[in-house]
Design a protein around this ligand. Structure first.
Ligand code: AMP
Ligand code: ZN
Length: 113
């Protein structure tokens, strides 16, 4: 998508601290981290968000979570991490290219605010 921040990060037009990339997914450090590990995992292909997803997006949404799990394993935060999808403006979603937040490396309270 032409005017999408995260599409521009995937293409390299906007720089990021890339953590991981494969054929389908791309992961980079959140610019405003809320935990010692705060990584964003995104599909390379533009998808606005979970509520816009259809059955044909099931595989890529799963792949994003599996990439997050792999990064959590590598960072040795498997004693407690969280994957979060903010959906819609009232959840705090500010970028409308689907992204899985991977948060960990500290105690995480429940429920989230
Ligand atoms: P959300 O609020 O769920 O839409 O999450 C968007 C996230 O993107 C926020 O946590 C921001 O800190 C993060 N973010 C915004 N711009 C950038 C950027 N240029 N590089 C990395 N992370 C970003
Ligand atoms: Zn996009």
């Amino acid at each position: 998508m032409n005017d999408c921040l995260f599409c521009k990060i995937v293409s390299g037009e906007i720089p990021s601290n890339k953590i991981y990339e494969d054929e389908h997914t791309f992961a980079f450090e959140d610019i405003d981290p809320k935990a010692p590990t705060h990584v964003l995992v995104i599909p390379k292909k533009h998808l606005s968000g979970l509520k816009e997803a259809t059955a044909s997006d099931a595989e890529i949404i799963g792949r994003c979570h599996l990439t997050a799990a792999q990064i959590a394993r590598q960072r040795k935060i498997e004693d407690g991490y969280r994957t979060v999808l903010n959906v819609g403006p009232k959840s705090g979603q500010s970028v409308f290219h689907l992204h899985v937040h991977l948060l960990g490396g500290r105690d995480l309270r429940w429920p989230p605010g």
